[in-house]
Design a protein around this ligand. Structure first.
Ligand SMILES: [Zn+2]
Length: 319
């Protein structure tokens, strides 16, 4: 089989891998939890093992792959293959030569890129963004990440473009996990929403969010827990999700005013779960801030789901 590529989506909770053919069809896949202790070497070993599993399922050897692409958190240098400051991963505050390490383990060429950017490009080439030439990908999950495709090409800036989660939606506003104030992520990121829910719960606000979390044996408020709470009519959950939608609408509209893209693609754990349900409120919030409001961009939910990151990563490899 010619022209097969590997893709690895390295996340804070899981490593998802896929073997993909030239048409973007997935022939093998595997998923493993991301190690929670150790260091970058341990994470890289787990990534290699997961990709070998996917290759087994596809019936190929990793050394016959055209190459392997990796979507990584932190600062992923496409040129050198070095990943720095991946703070969601164990012991990865510094720099680690991820591409070189995986190349040795897998006997294949390896390219690394930013996880959110590769997921945006996957939606552009194969998913909800296929019919557009310019789009903004908004990945609404633990944080809020973004990716850009302009005139059919990825826009990376000097390597740090697309940080839509850190657009300021309120001057001197809520504290963001990044340490600054008033970012969109400070209101819309799952992590920030959980911190605010905890604070209000401790101050005596009634909510079933944490009861549901314990009942379903989770250690954090996952997107599924938020959804259950909304289905129960939990007031605090409703209030915090509405606040998140307001922040997302404000930040996304500001980005649209600057770039005028044809489409906005909403992905990420919360985005995929709530995108359709909140499409009306989100486009309404955006509408308040759009300068050219009679011609809003298309807003779509990401369609590649869980495997989008791994499939997108495989696109880093040119045939
Ligand atoms: Zn921030």
């Amino acid at each position: 089989m010619a022209d097969l590529r590997g893709g690895i989506d390295l996340g804070g909770t899981k490593i998802q891998t896929a073997i993909v053919d030239a048409d973007g069809k997935v022939l093998g896949q595997s998923r493993r939890p991301t190690p929670t202790d150790g260091g970058p070497e341990d994470v890289a070993a787990e990534m290699a093992a997961s990709l070998r599993e996917a290759a087994d399922e596809a019936g190929v050897q990793t050394e016959t792959l055209v190459g392997v692409g990796v979507g990584s958190p932190g600062d992923a240098d496409e040129r050198t293959g070095v990943v720095s400051g991946a703070r969601n991963l164990p012991g990865w505050e510094g720099s680690f030569p991820l591409a070189a390490t995986l190349k040795e383990a897998l006997d294949a060429e390896v390219r690394v890129g930013n996880d959110v950017q590769v997921a945006t490009e996957a939606e552009f080439h194969l998913g909800a963004g296929r019919e557009f030439q310019s789009l903004i990908g908004v990945f609404w999950g633990t944080g809020v990440g973004g990716g850009l495709v302009l005139d059919g090409k990825p826009w990376l800036g000097r390597g740090a473009a697309g940080e839509i989660g850190h657009m300021v939606v309120k001057r001197d506003g809520a504290k963001c996990p990044c340490g600054r104030k008033g970012c969109m992520e400070a209101y819309a990121g799952r992590g920030a929403m959980e911190a605010e829910a905890r604070r209000q719960h401790e101050e005596g606000t009634k909510t079933d969010l944490f009861k549901l979390m314990h009942k379903h044996e989770k250690d954090r408020l996952t997107s599924g827990i938020w959804e259950r709470a909304l289905d129960h009519g939990d007031h605090l959950a409703e209030k915090l999700v509405d606040r998140a939608i307001e922040a997302l609408g404000t930040g996304i509209a500001s980005a649209v005013n600057l770039l005028d893209p044809e489409a906005v693609i909403i992905g990420g754990g919360l985005g995929v779960r709530f995108g359709e349900r909140y499409m009306g409120p989100l486009t309404k919030e955006m509408g308040k801030h759009l300068f050219v409001d009679e011609r809003p961009p298309a807003v779509r939910v990401a369609s590649l789901g869980d495997l989008g990151g791994a499939v997108g990563a495989s696109l880093l490899v040119s045939s």
